[in-house]
Design a binder for this molecule. Structure first.
Ligand code: NAD
Length: 754
């Protein structure tokens, strides 16, 4: 690379100078922009934007219109950036152009940086995203951003680089980078506080929250909101008006922040304390705060340079890699090897749910919340009325909290009808059974459904532990039968395990996959086994918790370690919330089929026998004051007795050992699930844990976390446990194989996709 002969100038200016053979060092006063960036003249010919239709350029009178045309979201891919820069230069050079407008074709102005370029050299190709914003701002002619659709991240930063902003009522504006584990790195942390105020900018940037156009207008984030149908027409009028007023550029970088250093420092300390509670274990929200806080103590130029450094550090972080993994894992999950867009779909217009209990009611609400009608079936009027009343009370609580309007509540209730007797399922497209968890009861329901349901109806069971093949086997149409394992509370939880039984037809799976996104769920296709993917992995995790309690740890130790790891709630607090009587009932059933060594500790039984069924009875593993869980000497006494009975000398157990035994037991079981073909990809297992079990998203999921720790290290630890504690710790064959090959679960996924 030759040394840049043009000094520090903007890209457009540099290109202008290249053409005219000028030297920036002599012309530096002409460079209008305080924050110039190094244009490295490599001697390459400037790419010709006109050969690309990724960005379009036209002129209408004095207004130049640059249109980003890179579907689906107008991401700022390398070629887009280059083309925009070239057209800015063209507009700068054209005497007839007095104002420049930047807009996007399709659904938005710009979706920001191209996430596919993360960790690739394309990201570094100049102008880099952050340079582009400065090129825009450096223009001597006013530049207007025409904002419509989701204009987030680099998209909003691009608009912030413009001098004026006009917004369409359908827009959303925000800087959600923190949700990908990075900071807004294209000037966002430096410009947003200057435009909307320090406190609001910190809130938006550290949480990734977005605002609607009305709020944006109030905040001063935009100058005007369109009112008519023809957005472009209004934008052009706005631009012409700037010409008429002889308005010049209005650079956000030249504005001052609304807080002095002292008030700002106090606010930063307060927000940091808040983040320590809400963003425990994460780094990106703190790095966002750090960068925004620089606006209090540094001029824009320095803050902008520092922002780039922090941005680079966050992009390289494991946290960011994990969040990006989670993002792609969720997009990948609906890709099923033997199902494609060409696979037939069945029509789902009418749905019946059998059983109006906890799950049936929640599932019905999920349908109604998405505008889909549903009928709830019970065996008697009383049970039905009770079920419908619970739904109504549930909606009323949301309404009373101001999160649902009375009209919406009424509309949703109207979509849910009730019926007594299974005949109501006769003529529908989809039946979801949510009756008691007993094989006999479920099989009897499915025999009835087989008799009355119309041909081609999809018959689903919401069982959480029973064999879906055995349920399908009582019908003459096992191809129409599958499991739809919703999670409690079903109207809130986004995970849906779609259990593909031995004979389930492909079109049934394809249909429910589509349906799951219509009702706001993330559907993960899994195979039949005890507990499917999520609960099957939970079993060894809980078993380790039992063992650890017997060996010397206390429930509060394990909850703390799990919560420090990033779980929303530790295992004992979760159990108390779910109800220990429910766990105990499941354990009793499982104990009939499991070898003694795999049975749970009798502690659960003893606690239940004291009437301590969890939070709902005011006591379980803890004693409760409201929702606060307080360690209870009565439970401690039971634990010590149990250790004595086992002849175990209790010992101090390190946090590291607790963490490894909890998380590695998940990973080992996940590897066995993959080996057995019960999940399609390791990333699907991650999605199950992110959506169903509160696994910290910023760790990517248990299998991705395993990759980050390194599989050889995990296998070595498991080998040690295996020697010490026996067969249950034997590393899964797949885990050992990948570790020996220096591979990872991610590579295993990629190999199978190829
Ligand atoms: N509760 C959970 O956390 C959870 C989570 C996932 C899955 N599940 C599964 O969902 C199913 C239902 O669980 P739940 O917690 O809602 O139970 P529940 O006891 O709250 O509800 C069951 C309902 O089914 C009704 N019922 C029983 N037999 C019936 C029949 N023949 N026809 C019509 N209605 C009938 C009962 O009157 C009752 O209202 C179970 O298979 C359970 O394993 C539960």
């Amino acid at each position: 690379m030759r040394e840049a002969p043009y000094g520090l100038v903007s890209h457009a200016k540099a290109a202008y100078m290249v053409r005219r053979g000028l030297d920036a060092r002599r012309n530096s006063r002409k460079v209008p922009f305080a924050i110039q960036y190094l244009y490295v003249a490599t001697g390459e010919s400037m790419p010709s934007a006109s050969s690309s239709d990724l960005v379009l350029y036209e002129r209408d009178g004095g207004v130049a219109l640059i249109t980003i045309n890179n579907p689906p979201v107008n991401a700022l891919a390398k070629d887009v950036r280059i083309a925009v820069a070239d057209f800015l230069e063209a507009a700068a050079d054209d005497q007839a152009v007095l104002v420049v407008t930047i807009r996007g074709n399709g659904r938005n102005l710009c979706g920001g940086a191209d996430i596919r370029e993360f960790n690739t050299p394309d990201r570094e190709v100049r102008p880099m995203t952050r340079d582009l914003m400065n090129l825009i701002e450096a223009m001597e002619k006013p530049v207007v951003a025409a904002i419509h659709g989701p204009t987030l991240g680099g998209g909003l930063e691009l608009a912030l680089g413009c001098h004026y902003r006009m917004v369409h009522p359908d827009a959303r504006l925000g800087l959600p980078e923190v949700l990908r584990g990075v900071i807004p790195g294209a000037g966002g942390t430096q410009r947003l506080p200057r435009l909307v105020g320090f406190a609001k900018a910190v809130e938006m940037i550290t949480t990734g929250s977005s605002v609607d156009p009305g709020t944006a207008l109030e905040l001063g984030l935009v100058d005007q909101m369109a009112v008519g149908d023809d957005f472009l027409d209004e934008v052009m009028r706005f631009a012409r008006n700037l010409i008429a007023c002889d308005a010049g550029p209005r650079r956000v970088s030249e504005m001052t922040v609304d807080l002095d250093a002292e008030a700002g420092t106090a606010l930063v300390a307060e927000i940091r304390t808040q983040l320590e509670r809400t963003a425990r274990g994460m780094q990106a929200p703190f790095r966002c705060l750090e960068s925004v806080a620089n606006t209090l103590s540094m001029p824009f130029a320095d803050g902008w340079v520092r922002e780039a450094e922090i941005s680079r550090e966050t992009i390289a972080s494991v946290e960011s890699r994990s969040l990006v993994h989670a993002f792609f894992a969720e997009r990948q999950v609906s890709r099923i090897p033997d199902i494609s867009a060409a696979t037939a779909r069945r029509t789902i217009k009418r749905t019946t749910i059998i059983g109006a209990g906890t799950m049936g009611g929640g599932i019905a609400m999920s349908f109604a919340n998405s505008g889909l009608p549903v009928t709830l079936v019970e065996t008697g009027q009383e049970a039905l009325d009770g079920g419908l009343a619970r739904i109504e009370a549930n909606y009323a609580a949301t309404r009373d909290r101001g999160r649902l309007s009375a009209a919406d509540m009424e509309a949703r209730m109207r979509l849910i009808t009730g019926a007594v007797g299974i005949d109501a399922a006769a003529d529908v497209d989809l039946v979801i059974e949510a009756v008691y968890e007993e094989m006999g009861v479920k099989q009897s329901v499915f025999r009835d459904l087989d008799r009355i349901a119309r041909d081609g109806a999809i018959l689903a069971t919401n069982t959480s532990t029973l064999d879906v093949d055995a349920i399908a086997a009582v019908t003459q149409r096992p191809g129409d039968v599958l499991g739809l394992h919703f999670f409690s509370p079903a109207n809130v939880m986004t995970l849906l395990e779609i259990v593909r039984a031995e004979k389930t037809e492909n079109d049934v799976i394809a249909t429910v996959l589509d349906l799951s996104s219509r009702i706001g769920k993330t559907g993960v296709v899994v195979g039949v086994c005890d507990g499917f993917v999520g609960n099957r992995m939970l079993a060894p995790y809980f078993r380790q918790c039992d063992f650890l309690v017997e060996e010397g740890a206390m429930p509060e130790d394990m909850d703390r370690v799990a919560e420090e790891f990033g779980f929303r709630m530790g295992p004992f607090r979760v159990s108390d919330l779910a109800g220990l009587d429910i766990s105990w009932a499941i354990e009793k059933r499982r104990a009939e089929t499991r070898p003694v060594a795999e049975r749970f500790s009798p502690l659960l039984q003893r606690i239940c026998e004291l009437g301590r069924h969890g939070q709902k009875t005011g006591a379980g593993w803890y004693r409760y004051e409201g929702r606060s869980a307080i360690p209870d000497p009565e439970v401690a006494a039971l634990i010590y007795t149990r250790s004595d009975e086992m002849g175990i000398a209790r010992r101090a157990i390190s946090d590291e050992e607790i963490r490894q035994r909890m998380i590695y037991s998940l990973i080992n079981e996940g590897a066995k699930i993959l080996e057995e073909g019960l999940a399609i990809r390791s990333s699907d297992i991650d999605v199950v844990w992110l959506h169903g079990y509160g696994f910290p998203r910023w760790r990517g999921g248990p299998m991705f976390y395993a990759d980050m720790v390194g599989l050889p290290e995990i296998v070595a630890t498991l080998d040690g446990y295996h020697v010490e504690w026996g067969d249950k710790w034997e590393p899964a064959a797949l885990l050992r194989e990948l570790a020996d090959a220096g591979s990872s679960f991610q590579e295993w996924d990629e190999g199978r996709a190829a």
